[in-house]
Write a protein that binds this ligand. Sequence first.
Ligand code: BDR
Ligand code: CA
Length: 307
Amino acid sequence: MDKRKIIIDCDPGHDDIMAILTALANDDRLEILGFTTVAGNQTLPKVTNNLLKVEEYLGLDIPVYPGEAHPLIRYGQPQPAAHGESGMDGPILPEPVRKPEELGAVEFYRQILEREEKVTVVALAPLTNLAILLARYGSLAERIEQIVLMGGALNGGNINKCAEFNIWHDPEAAKIVFDSGIPIVMAPLEVCYAGGIMLKEVERFNNDAPVSRLVYELLDFYCEYARKRNWESTAIFDLIPIVYLLAPELFESRQGRIEIIREGEDTQGQTVFTEGDGPHTVLVDTERRRCIDVFFRAIRQLDRRYS
Ligand code: BDR
Ligand code: CA
């Protein structure tokens, strides 16, 4: 089977790392051409450093291209309540020796898209990098086979009344990307909740295998938010686009068009979906157990690989 070539655009971020680990475990199906980072959960230097720390812990050699440090026209608003001051609080990992690439994210996209026929972008963060790519090199849009992204909400937000964080953080960028005509698969909040992890399931990672240990320390911090609210489960948001790429049959979806609302205290970043003809697929539901099993299997596999 041909491997699908992907670029992961991210702001690690606990759930970004869960997505990346799941992709790495499935390297017979997904070939990660590179990581691009963008300001979101935390500042650009912090999220880039977080990814490099994880790369170094695992001994990975996938290039990390730093992208945009700020949304297109707004101020960045990091989210320490969810991800801590570092953007990836929990595990104590050594400072990485490894450095990010000197080439920036947008130029990396340009180079790859000029030479590869089909690339899928997995976007797990605000869409600033992709918006700049499209504004600068619009003709390359047709080289992007698909964008599979975590973002948006159908029935209420997690950052204001209507919007999800990634879209809210840079709605102008989201509008450029959603209006580009590129086929987009959107995993909104609702499907991420449907495919969430039970808090008691996190205990399965409380062991000494190297990847489980990392996952446990990350999820233990990440779940604090849910524990404080007495939730029984929590969404590992960014995991869902990767599970979709690996097992699309687990998802119920709708086809149509998404409009991005840019203004309004309650509506900045709202994703308004109209069913019908259009380039956008919205994942609306999944079967929790089978969805989270893709993640559990991936971590087991990585534990074997790294033990
Ligand atoms: C999204 O926001 C970030 O905090 C997460 O990493 C995820 O990409 C969820 O709204
Ligand atoms: Ca993210």
